[in-house]
Design a protein around this ligand. Structure first.
Ligand code: MG
Length: 100
């Protein structure tokens, strides 16, 4: 999120998705990926990015949602660490590519 705020492409959006751990709202759904991404590169498609740390893997609910996205051709990525999610955002055209 901080990376997108600093280097976000005009006309793009990266936003956190409330999941079951949020409270007080109907329609909260276990397994939704962490971030929703819109960009001029993605166009009419919306990207979903799941962020993972350490050795954690997808939960069963996340696997179910990933299966739906895979079947429908919805852009989605599961990325570990700090740099890999940024790379996904770059590939989706949501943030400018940084020199490295
Ligand atoms: Mg996560």
């Amino acid at each position: 999120m901080a990376h997108w705020r600093a280097l976000g492409v005009p006309g793009s959006l990266v936003a956190a998705v409330p999941n079951m751990r949020a409270h007080g709202q109907s329609g909260l759904t276990a397994g939704l990926f962490d971030l929703v991404v819109m960009s001029p590169t993605l166009g009419e498609r919306t990207g979903w990015l799941e962020l993972k740390v350490g050795k954690r893997d997808l939960s069963p609910a996340q696997r179910d949602i990933r299966s739906i996205m895979a079947a429908l051709g919805v852009p989605h990525r599961v990325e570990w660490g700090r740099d890999n999610p940024i790379r996904a955002l770059e590939e989706w055209g949501a943030v400018r590519r940084s020199r490295r």
